[in-house]
Design a protein around this ligand. Structure first.
Ligand SMILES: Nc1ncnc2c1ncn2[C@@H]1O[C@H](COP(=O)(O)OP(=O)(O)OP(=O)(O)O)[C@@H](O)[C@H]1O
Ligand SMILES: [Mg+2]
Length: 316
């Protein structure tokens, strides 16, 4: 079996004269999960819509498993499933009924529909709810049914646009678990998200986009080591009461190995320093000794967040 792939070749999209996507070149190949990150308006949904032929590119090509989507929609999308702009499922339908309609619309062979639906619902761990009305479901459960709809043809390529947005923490966790489990079947998952911790948790690779341009595409570990080096180590410390920032800054910034101390809010400071764990230990004990009311500390930003902010800042 060939490994699944998606590829954008010089892909551009203009809305009037506004360039929503500019010359995107991106080839993703293999069974893995790739996070698609970028700020609001970066062009993520636009890209995913071009890959599913919901909109047409102004220039360039989008390919799924080597087949160009626009001129060969049916063939290209045979091996793809997508969830874009989560549709509302009619509350009085059961998952079986709702998915039967989707299966019919997609032209799945009648004799296979029952099994296909049951398999897809099992993949999102909703078997027990197959014949219960969707109206009673939590948002997370509804979203799992939406994902089941994307899985109806057991696709090799799964495209998800912010699958956890709008869900409560439990719903998010449920959907993340499902997305993680999708990786098992030789699938390529390409998922947009605003949540860096989510991408860090689920994905193997990350593509970042801003203003319609690709900033980077690489493995999670390469991206974080390549781009967050210069910021060194970071800790955030929290104070019992509002701090006199001037004096705190003066005290902390003058400690050895500290590169900067920035105010986050009235009770929190972010410290950047060079060196490893022994330096961090000394730094924290020095701050405690100052008796300036430090009550806690933690490593605030994930390496990915650091990278993201560095890259996005450069394009503002
Ligand atoms: N139908 C449209 N007509 C005009 N402009 C549009 C249209 N759809 C999107 N845009 C613009 O194109 C740009 C990219 O939008 P897109 O929805 O792809 O961003 P996104 O990365 O998905 O953002 P978000 O994180 O907010 O979902 C935005 O500036 C948006 O306003
Ligand atoms: Mg979007």
């Amino acid at each position: 079996m060939n490994s699944p792939s998606i590829e954008a070749v010089n892909l551009s999209k203009r809305y009037g004269s506004f360039p929503a996507l500019s010359n995107l070149n991106l080839k993703i190949e293999g069974s893995k999960c790739v996070g698609f990150l970028g700020p609001n308006g970066a062009g993520k949904t636009t890209t995913l819509k071009i890959f599913t032929d919901m909109i047409r590119a102004s220039e360039g090509r989008a390919l799924i498993n080597g087949i160009e989507v626009h001129p060969n929609k049916k063939k290209a999308l045979e091996s793809a499933g997508a969830l874009i702009e989560s549709p509302e499922i009619y509350p009085s339908l059961t998952p079986r009924e709702a998915l039967s309609m989707v299966a019919e619309l997609r032209g799945l062979p009648k004799g296979e529909r029952r099994k296909t639906i049951e398999d897809a619902v099992a993949e999102v761990k909703m078997e027990e709810w197959l014949d219960k009305k969707v109206g009673k479901f939590s948002k997370g459960m509804k979203q799992r049914i939406n994902i089941a709809a994307a899985l109806l043809s057991d696709p090799e390529v799964v495209l998800l646009d912010e699958p956890t947005t709008g869900l409560d923490p439990r719903g998010m966790a449920e959907v993340r678990d499902i997305v993680k489990s999708l990786k098992k079947r030789n699938r390529l998952i390409f998922m947009s998200s605003h949540l860096l911790n989510e991408v860090q948790d689920i994905c193997d690779e990350v593509a970042m986009i801003d203003h319609g341009k690709l900033l980077v595409y690489d493995t999670l570990s390469n991206v974080t080591t390549r781009f967050s080096k210069d910021s060194g180590n970071v800790i955030e410390i929290e104070f019992l009461r509002d701090i006199d920032y001037q004096s705190v800054n003066k005290n902390i910034a003058s400690l050895a190995n500290v590169n900067s101390a920035e105010r986050i809010d009235s009770r929190r400071v972010r410290i950047k320093f060079s060196g490893g764990a022994p330096i961090q230990e000394r730094l924290l004990s020095d701050i405690v000794t100052m008796k300036i009311g430090m009550i806690s500390f933690h490593s605030p930003t994930s390496a990915l967040e650091d990278t993201y902010l560095n890259l996005i800042k450069d394009t503002l």
